[in-house]
Design a protein around this ligand. Structure first.
Ligand code: ATP
Length: 461
């Protein structure tokens, strides 16, 4: 097998020929994300191309082991890994996931910037319930997400699964880094706005409670359309002290105390930064005033339990699913994007912007970038998407919104490669709820509740 550079289509690795590449849909910590259409089945997939690991040693056995574990994950509210490919030429790794048209980042942004209108209660509740349902499954299988944020919570577009939430990006930190590496040494974990206080204070060990803090932040953002704790990140490694983020949290929730959070005194930054952290006392400004919820409402009760300082007292996903909030009208449903009130107009969320100028290498331009004027409606993806929070901003100039069905296949540059699933056959996955092999590694007695199913109505108001 040649390296295929400059060669014709015959030199392409078999796996590339399984897809028609539509374009780039995003870029994250781990690499680029592409939209593609498998030639042999209906629907679209998102292909995540991983950057070379820092030490340049290609795909490690550890990464392969982690991928094998991800293949077993099977739950309606967790995005499916459908294929895995490795390029021999540069040892880059490509993971193919089911494609979701929307994500919470875009849904929230659409309401804030375009509709200027809150997300309806039914949609908020359904999105939150499904997020918790997927998270409960992951936690029950000993997987902590560690990077939950609105752009990682996907929502399916038109089709049989319309409005179904899918958690994406779980387990990727463990593919990219050695498993069980202390979080402290791992520079790629949890975007700062959703980061739990124990991590901000330097905890070296994390539990599934870090994900529940992030869910609390996302719940508040769904209600108000604004990130709850928008700290300014200090960039440095390893794990810099994020004073501004803590400051934002303390201003809303008040100052944590060792009485309410006994293990606080053991956290490194609580000990070392006496002046800022222990010396400065914040008044409790009141979470309810930020999220505009009555203090006695079930929604406020659930939110404050998710934003509990002490991770050992923080509500778990399994407990949250049982909360009264989900038993009251409007009950959560499977299609979060339908209306719940007669006469209410369903929101038409925009399709994901696609940069059709980027090939699988993520560098070469396979066609002239389109100017804003050349794009129907004259809108660039930049103006549609806006900058995303977090470590990087995506340059999407020239991206356009166009129906997937109208896009032509790209002339993907040849790459020598191999396929972990050479026939492109959808992978076998274990049944939902089945014990994950990682369960053998660690035990967490708080976890393990079964998926409770959609809640039954308790009472109507
Ligand atoms: N399966 C998928 N279907 C559709 N879009 C996806 C899928 N997976 C990821 N995306 C989108 O691709 C974009 C980039 O995703 P990615 O996970 O690489 O980065 P991120 O979550 O934005 O940031 P980071 O990786 O730094 O945490 C996001 O907009 C995300 O919503």
């Amino acid at each position: 097998m040649g390296d295929g550079r400059g060669g014709g289509g015959g030199n392409r690795p078999a796996w590339l020929q399984l897809y028609d590449l539509v374009g780039k849909i995003g870029e994250g910590t781990y690499g680029l994300v592409f939209l593609a259409r498998p030639k042999q089945r209906k629907g679209c997939i998102a292909i995540k191309k991983f950057k070379q690991s820092k030490d340049g040693d290609g795909v490690s056995p550890t990464a392969i082991r982690e991928i094998m574990l991800l293949r077993e994950i099977n739950h309606e509210n967790v995005v499916k890994l459908v294929n895995v490919h490795i390029n021999h030429a540069d040892m880059s790794l490509y993971l193919a996931f089911d494609y979701a048209e929307h994500d919470l980042y875009e849904i929230i942004r659409h309401h804030r910037e375009k509709l200027n209108h809150p997300i309806n209660q039914y949609t908020v509740k359904s999105l939150l319930w499904q997020l918790l349902n997927g998270l409960n499954y992951l936690h029950s299988n000993w997987i902590i997400h560690r990077d939950l944020k609105p752009s990682n919570i996907l929502v399916m577009g038109d089709g049989e699964e319309h409005g179904v939430v899918k958690i994406a990006d779980f387990g990727l930190a463990r593919i990219y880094q050695a498993p069980l590496k202390p979080l402290f040494e791992n520079g790629v974990v949890v975007t700062i706005w959703y980061r739990a206080p124990e991590l901000l204070l330097g905890a070296k060990h994390y539990t599934s409670a870090v994900d529940m803090w992030a869910v609390g932040c996302i719940f508040a953002e769904l209600l108000t359309l604004k990130p709850l704790f928008q700290g300014v990140e200090v960039k440095a490694t390893p794990n810099p002290f994020q004073l501004d983020q803590l400051d934002k949290i303390f201003k809303v929730l008040g100052h944590p105390t060792p009485e309410k959070w006994p293990t606080l005194v053991n956290l490194p930054f609580w000990q070392t930064d006496l002046q800022h952290i222990q010396g400065h006392k914040y008044d409790n400004a009141g979470l309810h005033s930020y999220v505009h919820l009555p203090q006695k409402s079930p929604a406020y009760d659930l939110l404050s339990k998710m934003l509990e300082y002490d991770p050992r007292k923080r509500i778990s996903a399994a407990q949250a699913l049982e909360h009264e909030y989900f038993r009251l009208d409007p009950l959560p449903g499977r299609n979060a994007l339908v209306t719940s009130q007669p006469g209410e107009k369903a929101v038409n969320y925009p399709a994901r912007p696609v940069d059709t100028t980027t090939d699988f290498e993520g560098t070469a331009s396979v066609q002239q970038p389109m100017s804003a004027n050349a794009i129907p409606g004259g809108v660039t993806a930049q103006s549609m998407a806006g900058p995303r929070p977090g470590p990087r901003q995506i340059s999407m100039v020239g991206m356009q919104r166009m129906p997937v069905g109208s896009m032509a296949a790209f002339n993907i540059p040849s790459q020598a490669g191999m396929n972990l699933n050479p026939g492109g056959i959808p992978m076998q996955r274990g049944p939902a709820g089945q014990a994950h092999p990682q369960q053998l590694r660690r035990k967490d007695p708080a976890m393990g509740m079964q998926n409770p199913g959609y809640p039954q109505q308790k009472r109507r108001f």
